[in-house]
Design a protein around this ligand. Sequence first.
Ligand SMILES: Nc1nc2c(ncn2[C@@H]2O[C@H](COP(=O)(O)OP(=O)(O)OP(=O)(O)O)[C@@H](O)[C@H]2O)c(=O)[nH]1
Ligand SMILES: [Mg+2]
Length: 355
Amino acid sequence: MIFEKISTILTADELVDKAFSRSVRAGRGKIGGEYTDKKEIEESMVLTAGNILGDNLRNAVKDWPNLERIEPFYRDLTDILVGVDELRKRLASVSWASEKTREISRKYVGMIRKSQDPVLLRKQAFARMASIVYDVDKDLRFLNDARNKLRQLPDIKDEPTIVVAGYPNVGKSSFTAAVTGARPEIAQYPFTTKGIIIGHFTRNRIRYQVIDTPGLLDRPLEKRNDIELQAIAALRHVGHVLLFIIDPSETCGFTLEEQMKLLEEVRDTVKMPVLTVANKIDVEHSKADADMEMSTLKGEGVLAVRDRLADMLEEILKPKPPEEKKREQEEEVHQIPPSRKKRKVKTEEAGEDKK
Ligand SMILES: Nc1nc2c(ncn2[C@@H]2O[C@H](COP(=O)(O)OP(=O)(O)OP(=O)(O)O)[C@@H](O)[C@H]2O)c(=O)[nH]1
Ligand SMILES: [Mg+2]
């Protein structure tokens, strides 16, 4: 994962402690040498402190991926979780501090050589370098927090991928848990899932990736919370088919009408085909206009849904003959704006035992 390589970022206190204790050690190493004079000791102390600070500050910046080049999905998530512009500013501050501490150390080494009072100059150099590091303490803390958040993002692989979406509390995580090895938290309140969760299943030796997303409410983008926005990022940038789960029993706490409105918006947002499935059919429910039905609680219809999704993926990802590919590309060029035709999926009775 792109954020995994970033090591812990030290605070200003920790950095200053580290640099100055190393510099004392370096100074001690010089004492007693045949030709050492006082200046040499002070010079080596300043040089060591400058190197340690400069290197550590530079490392806090250089492990980050290039924010201009990361995939749109991770870029959106970075923006939602920490803010891309803010992150860029903080990285620039720390980068500046790295240059500055080195510059101070080089300048003072030169001055010590010509000076009568090398100890005083060394103390001045330390004070100036420390002050630069304390100036960027808030940036270092920001970067470390950002690193801790972003490291937890799941690693999305280039595999046949199903995205699961719908209103909060409809059973998205229950479905993901039922068909994959993932164990997302399942609970009877909305927004139990607060980030993207990944699970996998294998059928006919093909591995499928299932992305469980946080619940979405039917409301304009600018009103959505950060939890919902992560689901939107997944809908926009990843996946080959979308499983939209509806709860016609309305025990999720939201009406069927609200859920169907969201479905229409989602259909307009995503480029992938959508399979709509009514869940919780073990509970009394009204009739829903969905492609399939299931109860993740009782395990009814779940495998049939899984197999239908895998069939859809097989069909979508099947290599196409070159003539067909060419025709599709030509059609796309003539379709401006892209057609928003409702993609209805034909339902068929798939056997439960089909693997
Ligand atoms: N009766 C019944 N309850 C179900 C069924 N599927 C899920 N539930 C219950 O519905 C509640 C929500 O399930 P989750 O799987 O957490 O729903 P979710 O869509 O992931 O919810 P968020 O993460 O909050 O968006 C839990 O209390 C589940 O036990 C079902 O088929 N029948
Ligand atoms: Mg969930």
